[in-house]
Design a protein around this ligand. Structure first.
Ligand SMILES: NC(=O)c1ccc[n+]([C@@H]2O[C@H](COP(=O)([O-])OP(=O)(O)OC[C@H]3O[C@@H](n4cnc5c(N)ncnc54)[C@H](OP(=O)(O)O)[C@@H]3O)[C@@H](O)[C@H]2O)c1
Length: 260
């Protein structure tokens, strides 16, 4: 039988009520203690009912006022955390024709500040793991959207670029405390976040496959792990030929305008 890659750990996953976070929680709870978070108690309760080895802590990551309550709730559940998977996030697209400028604020709140708040709530427990000679690990879920500019992604892309820089910087400062930091850059994954997209999503993968790849990826504690590689290659070309990429993106927008 294949040995599980991550086993015997206590892991906190934010945004684990749906999509990638839930898929990770379901896989990891078979051999680990998994604490799941999301905004809605009833949703979390239903998941725990089906997976009794999971525990739940309600957390709206955008709400600074909840940080100390969440920290206390986590401390009541565990004396330390081996791994924290910072996954909670959302995507809203900006339209220059009907601009909702608050999208930029909302994207920074949930994707960037939400990650900051989650580290604030869990850092003490990661430090406790380090004191016990464990190898604590922060895993931030970013996005391949940072590899090249996408149309309408002014808010989403900028928030994920902020996440990327923040994790790079945090990694340097946490190294002395024995805490590793990895950034995961998924491509398109079939979740409710992408199900509302009305444009082609190259190399779209199932949420199950994405969770499998993330688990395989984080075992090696990379600085950054992007998948699928075919999309990484395409976006590498986009950066090499930025005007061509811009023209392709614009063509996509005008084709869509014509069909509306
Ligand atoms: N799907 C993709 O193609 C893709 C690609 C690259 C990166 N990602 C990233 O992967 C992460 C997960 O995305 P997904 O596709 O799995 O999306 P999803 O299916 O919509 O799930 C999002 C999760 O985040 C939680 N969440 C949203 N807002 C929250 C808030 N304010 N506080 C706490 N939790 C919140 C949701 O829980 P509740 O609604 O129950 O609170 C849910 O559990 C995101 O960071 C996303 O940017 C996704």
């Amino acid at each position: 039988m294949k040995r599980p890659q991550i086993t015997g750990e206590t892991i906190w996953i934010t945004g684990a009520s749906a999509g990638i976070g839930l898929a990770l929680a379901k896989k990891l709870c078979q051999h680990n203690t998994v604490i799941i978070s999301g905004r809605h108690q009833d949703t979390l309760d239903r998941i725990v009912e089906q997976h009794p080895s999971m525990k739940a802590v309600v957390f709206d990551v955008t709400d600074k006022a909840q940080i100390s309550t969440v920290q206390t709730a986590l401390i009541e559940l565990t004396p330390y955390l081996d791994r924290v998977i910072l996954n909670a996030g959302n995507c809203e697209y900006f339209s220059i024709d009907k601009p909702d400028w608050l999208i930029m604020e909302r994207m920074m709140q949930v994707n960037f500040l939400g990650m900051v708040h989650s580290v604030q709530a869990s850092l003490e427990l990661l430090k406790q793991a380090s004191k016990q000679n464990k190898l604590p690990h922060i895993v931030g879920i970013g996005s391949q959207a940072i590899q090249a500019p996408f149309t309408k992604a002014e808010g989403y892309g900028a928030s994920k670029a902020a996440v990327s820089y923040w994790l790079d910087s945090l990694r340097i400062d946490l190294a002395g405390l024995g805490i590793d930091v990895s950034e995961i850059l998924p491509g398109f994954v079939d979740t409710r976040l992408t199900q509302k997209n009305d444009f082609p999503m190259p190399f779209l993968m199932s949420v199950d496959e994405a969770a499998e790849r993330i688990i395989k990826g984080i075992v090696k504690r990379p600085l950054q792990y992007a998948f699928p590689k075919r999309l990484t290659g395409l976006l590498w070309l986009a950066r090499r030929f930025p005007r061509r990429w811009m023209a392709l993106q614009q063509q996509g927008v005008s084709a869509k305008d014509k069909s509306d």
